[in-house]
Design a protein around this ligand. Structure first.
Ligand SMILES: O=C(O)CCC(=O)C(=O)O
Length: 325
C-alpha cells in the first residue's frame, strides 16, 4: 500500500492527506474486541458495573464509564499519561491488538513512503474514543482524548530538540469521522510556514496545549472527514485540531507516529522501537510482549526517578499572555 507520487506531492503541498480503505473490517475487529473487554475490565475495577450493564451496547458502556469517571480514560490510552507526576501506578493500555495495529503492514507501507525504509514507531500516540460531547462532564470536555481537540502543531508537543525530526502522524479512523462527529480540520499549507506558531499552555492538563483562536481565525480551514478504516496523514508542522462530537455515535481514532531512526523522538522518556527496517532487520520488534516490556520499563524508570518526564514546559511562558486568556 505504498503512496503514489501524486499522493506524496499532495501531502507535500497541503501538509495532510486523506486515504480511505486502508484497514479492512477484519483488520479492525481485534481492536474492537480488545477494547470491549478492556472497558468491561475497567468498569469492574472501578465499581461501575450496574444491574443493566450487560444489556448495554459497547457504545453505551463506554459512554457511561467515561461520563461518570473521566479519569478512567488513562487505562484506555496507548500512552502513559502526559502528567508531570507519573508514578508506577499510572495506567495505559498495551494490548496485542494495538501493537498489531501500530505494526500493520499497510500502515508501515504508508509510513515508509514518507520516512524511508527504516520505520521507527515514535511514542507520541493516543487513542481517542469520543462519546457524544453532551454526555461529558467538565473534566471530560477538557480532555482531547474524549472531546474536541484545540488547534495545535504536533511539533509543538515535542521537546524542542526534536524540531528537525521528520515525524509523520498517521491518524487511523476506527469509526467514520464526519464533521458532525468532530473530524479533524487543518489549515492547508501551514506546514510550510517557517516558524512554529504560538501555543498556550493547557488549561486542563499539560497535554492540552493550543494555538489561540485569534491566530487561527484569519486562515481558511479544511475538514478532514474520512470513513472507518481510512487514514489521515499529517505533517508535524500542520496546524490542525478537531471539533466536538455532535452526533449520537462514538468517534474513535488512533493517532500514531513514525519517523526514520537516528532522529530525536521529542519524548525520550517514552519508548520508541523499530517497526520495520531494511538496514537493521534484527532490531525490529515483532512481538507484543516486547513492546509491553518497553513501556513497563519506561514507567518504572520514571516512577523511581531514573528518567525525567516533563511535558510541554516550553509553552508555560505564555500562561499570562493576553492571547491565551
Ligand atoms: O483526533 C483528534 O481529535 C486530534 C488528533 C490530533 O491532533 C493528532 O493526531 O495530532
Amino acid at each position: 500500500m505504498k503512496l503514489s507520487e501524486r499522493q506524496i506531492n499532495d501531502f507535500e503541498r497541503d501538509g495532510f492527506l486523506i486515504l480511505n480503505d486502508v484497514l479492512s473490517e477484519s483488520d479492525r475487529a481485534p481492536i474492537y474486541a480488545e477494547y470491549e473487554a478492556l472497558v468491561d475490565q475497567i468498569a469492574r475495577d472501578r465499581n461501575h458495573i450496574h444491574s443493566e450493564w450487560h444489556t448495554l451496547t459497547f457504545e453505551q458502556r463506554f459512554t457511561h464509564l467515561i461520563a461518570t469517571d473521566p479519569a478512567a480514560y488513562e487505562f484506555l490510552d496507548i500512552s502513559l499519561p502526559l502528567s508531570n507526576a507519573l508514578t508506577q501506578a499510572s495506567g495505559m493500555h498495551t494490548g496485542p491488538a494495538v501493537f498489531n495495529l501500530i505494526t500493520h503492514p499497510n500502515l508501515l507501507d504508508i509510513a515508509e513512503s514518507i520516512v524511508g525504509p527504516d520505520v521507527v514507531s515514535n511514542p507520541v500516540q493516543h487513542v481517542r474514543i469520543k462519546p457524544p460531547e453532551n454526555a461529558l462532564n467538565d473534566q471530560g470536555r477538557g480532555n482531547s482524548n474524549m472531546a474536541r481537540t484545540g488547534w495545535h502543531q504536533d511539533a509543538a508537543v515535542l521537546l524542542e530538540h526534536a524540531e528537525q525530526s521528520p515525524i509523520l502522524t498517521v491518524w487511523v479512523a476506527m469509526s467514520d469521522a464526519t464533521s458532525e462527529m468532530g473530524c479533524m480540520h487543518a489549515v492547508p499549507g501551514s506546514h510550510r510556514w517557517p516558524q512554529l506558531g504560538q501555543h498556550c499552555p493547557g488549561k486542563s492538563g499539560a497535554g492540552e496545549i493550543y494555538i489561540p483562536k485569534p491566530l487561527v481565525e484569519e486562515y481558511e480551514v479544511e475538514n478532514l472527514a474520512v470513513r472507518a478504516g481510512g487514514v489521515v496523514l499529517l505533517h508535524k508542522n500542520t496546524w490542525h485540531g478537531a471539533g466536538p462530537n455532535q452526533s449520537d455515535r462514538l468517534r474513535w481514532s488512533f493517532d500514531l507516529r513514525y519517523q526514520p531512526p537516528s532522529y530525536a523522538t521529542g519524548r525520550e522518556c517514552f519508548p520508541e522501537f523499530y517497526a520495520r527496517s531494511k538496514h537493521h532487520p534484527e532490531r525490529v520488534i515483532s512481538h507484543p510482549s516486547q513492546w509491553v516490556k518497553l513501556w513497563q520499563t519506561a514507567r518504572e524508570n520514571i516512577g523511581n526517578g531514573v528518567t525525567q518526564a516533563v511535558f510541554n514546559e516550553r509553552w508555560e511562558k505564555f500562561r499570562n499572555d493576553p492571547l491565551c486568556a
